[in-house]
Design a protein around this ligand. Structure first.
Ligand code: KIV
Ligand code: ZN
Length: 388
């Protein structure tokens, strides 16, 4: 039996902190609707105290979304928490997400507070949030650079004050997978009443380890993953939803967890985000890039034509893409060219196929990518010899 991992999408909040990814209110609402169709359990709609615009957008999303929980982020300060509640209170399932930093460097230089003061602020913040709703998430910002025993204390305090989700973020993408998993396990094992809360992680990608760290935390007992579409977010971004979800789905026997994500909605959602923020999806991007299901080498193409499982660990259809792309080029073999010509509707004999094969090879030396239109032109010119 697989355990459920809740998907908390923060594209509309942390994702929007990605340079150049600012969205208008209408765009946010459109994306929120798409996130709901995708099946996210919780969406973080924004940071209501940050600006009037953010407040309005969060309120609109809260009024629009019907099934997913809608979270608003707030610092551990009374006015932030009140503003957050004002923005989300119309939601069918509202959540207040309050946070305070717990690492020595953040407490000393950013907050200028002692650990005892931070504990007091965390307790007061969670209590205030819990006076509005029973659905309260508490985050220990920069958890991965915090003292583990202090994390245990903050966790106990937050649970006692009413938090039902405890999030331990790798705010600066500093953690390593094994170490991060150990930290999560340590807090779950040592914090009193840890069974009363769902443990969550929120990993940044500064060392390219956001998804690996999230997976390691899941193995250690975390049951909520904070992610963004295409991994957009502050600096190098956050753990990418599509990577995390497809890793747990493709290797379900290994992780033994499942999510509620309708994976066929992944590609349409990534495309919508890309259009909204005006940033194209890079060709080599995992799962959603143009090359993710494209096969160029003759050996791979031949294998794929015999059995897709030779070089595909998931199908393009399972993530909402049309089909595998057999890219014809100088590495392609006869089999791939035969497959492409019949896909285009031509039935060529061996001689004709040899002619097309040689023409494609010749063209591939001059042109980076051979398109279907090129193949058709070759067939018409070399096989049917259409005169000018
Ligand atoms: O990266 C981080 O620590 C955050 C928190 C506010 C959850 O975004
Ligand atoms: Zn973050």
């Amino acid at each position: 039996m697989s355990d459920r991992v809740y998907i908390f999408d923060t594209t509309l909040r942390d994702g929007e902190q990605s340079p150049g990814a600012t969205m208008s209110e209408n765009e946010k609402v459109r994306l929120a609707r798409e996130l709901e169709k995708l099946g996210v359990d919780i969406m973080e709609a924004g940071f209501p105290a940050a600006s009037q615009g953010d407040f309005e957008a969060v309120r609109k999303i809260a009024q629009t979304v019907k099934h997913a929980q809608v979270a608003g982020l707030c610092r551990s300060m009374p006015q932030d928490i009140d503003r957050c509640w004002d923005a989300i209170k119309d939601a069918a399932h509202p959540r207040i997400h309050t946070f305070i930093a717990t690492s020595p460097v953040h407490m000393k230089y950013k907050l200028r507070k002692s650990p005892e003061q931070v504990l007091e602020m965390a307790e007061a913040a969670v209590k205030r949030a819990a006076s509005y709703t029973p659905n309260v998430e508490f985050s220990a910002e920069d958890a991965s650079r915090s003292d583990w025993d202090f994390l245990v204390k903050v966790t106990e305090t937050a649970i006692e004050a009413g938090a039902t989700t405890i999030n331990l973020p790798d705010t600066v993408g500093y953690a390593q997978p094994q170490e991060f998993g150990d930290m999560i396990r340590y807090v779950i094992e040592h914090a009193k009443n840890s069974h009363k809360a769902i443990f969550s992680v929120h990993c940044h990608n500064d060392l390219g380890l956001a998804v690996a760290n999230t997976l390691s935390a899941i193995q250690a007992g975390a049951r909520q993953a904070e992610v963004t579409i295409s991994g957009i977010g502050e600096r190098a971004g956050n753990a990418a939803l599509e990577e995390l979800v497809m890793a747990t789905k493709t290797r379900n026997g290994y992780y033994q967890v499942e999510t509620n994500i309708k994976t066929e909605r992944i590609y349409p959602t990534c495309r919508l985000l890309s259009m909204i923020i005006g940033q194209p999806i890079p060709a080599n991007k995992v799962i959603v890039g143009a090359n993710a299901f494209a096969h160029e080498s003759g050996i791979h193409q031949d294998g794929m034509l015999k059995n897709r499982e030779t070089y595909e660990i998931m199908t393009p259809e399972s993530v909402g893409r049309e089909k595998t792309d057999i890219v014809l080029g100088k590495h392609s073999g006869r089999n791939a060219i035969k497959g492409k010509t019949s896909e285009l509707g031509y039935s060529l004999d061996d001689d004709a196929l040899q002619t097309v094969f040689e023409a494609v090879k010749g063209l591939a030396d001059k042109k980076e990518r051979i398109y279907d239109a090129d193949i058709e032109a070759i067939i018409l010119e070399e096989v049917y010899r259409i005169p000018d």
